[in-house]
Write a protein that binds this ligand. Sequence first.
Ligand code: NAP
Ligand code: G4F
Length: 373
Amino acid sequence: MQKQTNYNMTTRKVALITGITGQDGSYLSEFLLEKGYDVHGVIRRSSVDFRPRIAHLEGKPHFHLHYADLSDSMSVLGVIGLVRPTEIYNLAAQSHVQVSFDSPEYTADVDAVGVLRILEAVRQLGLTSSCRIYQASTSELYGKVEEVPQNENTPFHPYSPYAVAKQYGYWIVKEYRDAYNMFACNGILFNHESERRGETFVTRKITLAAARIKQGKQDKLYLGNLSSRRDWGYAKDYVQCMWLILQNEKPDDFVIATGKQHTVREFATLAFHNVGIELEWQGEGADEKGIDKATGKTLVEVSPDFYRPTDVVNLWGDPTKARAELGWNPTQTTFEELVKIMVDSDMKKVAADDAAARVRVNLEEYLEKGIVK
Ligand code: NAP
Ligand code: G4F
């Protein structure tokens, strides 16, 4: 996969995306290819050689993949030296907050020192004036929030190993910008979701469960803190903003958010509504339940297993600066549209999985009976 070609010999813009197999990496790849970029992505070796979010892009002429890992500085230096990108989008991270409590050291290595490895590679390769860098910072930096809504001047109070690691990433980007005059920027992105969101993040967990419950594949959904509030946007809209940040006249940091806030409970109510189930909430705290108004069946329960040692409960972003300086529209896709997009997609996915399972069962039966050989 990695061959010694000098990719950056043309006047085309050359983007290197770390985290290309993730939710944001896949949308950003599509966006940049559409804009005429050569897109290079960093992948990690996996025992399963299938990358569902970018499978449709593999084999396209301006789309290239390279093995590297943010925990391995030599590989980072190698891929940046090979590609000589004009823009780097550092999206790679151990991105799950709950998992960062289980793997704090790994999270720090990748989400904190990984950022340094990229900046330092760019500097050592002499690319500081030719390569712009986007760092995937996060609203988790506001953590145990000190004001609402949060903007670029709101003090940080990181409240998980993930957020503490990301805080290092945020500051080292600013440091390299000042110390070495690098065009390095932080996008402080609030939660953004999509039909490609990982299945253990709360929104996707809910939309998938609503679809499965509707189609009789699951009895109940267990969630943690239902009162937690997030500013949820659509990932496809947010990748545009990553690009706009790097096209700006000067390097700077931006809050990217919708400016609207909802609870996990509201997300679940709307997701179930979209599959035709109206939920009624009864009880409080760990005893709260979401009950199907039509049947009286309990469909959602709270499980303390999903409570976090410290939880961030009040994220609400103020995107005024991004709107004014980048011309970005924070409400291209509304909350209601986002939930519908995700539910519709999961309804189709569950039905398709079911159809595929039926084919498998039939095939097994036919093989057993000798009908097909
Ligand atoms: P995601 O779906 O979890 O994708 C994470 C990506 O990072 C995957 O491609 C993953 O590769 C890669 N990765 C993980 N560890 C790596 C390592 N050691 N070396 C190289 N690659 C590695 O995350 P996302 O939602 O697209 O988010 C993208 C970035 O934005 C992350 O940095 C996240 O922390 C940040 N962020 C996300 C949100 C949000 O709401 N989505 C908000 C603010 C900030 P594999 O596929 O091989 O695992
Ligand atoms: O969906 P979540 O796991 O996302 P979280 O923790 O906000 O992190 C995501 O957004 C960040 C931006 O703010 C990114 F930086 C980060 O990479 C990631 O993409 O949880 C959202 C909220 C939390 O308060 C959590 O406690 O939902 C609450 N929640 C309630 N029940 C649950 C569940 N979260 C999960 N994952 N699973 C539950 O069952």
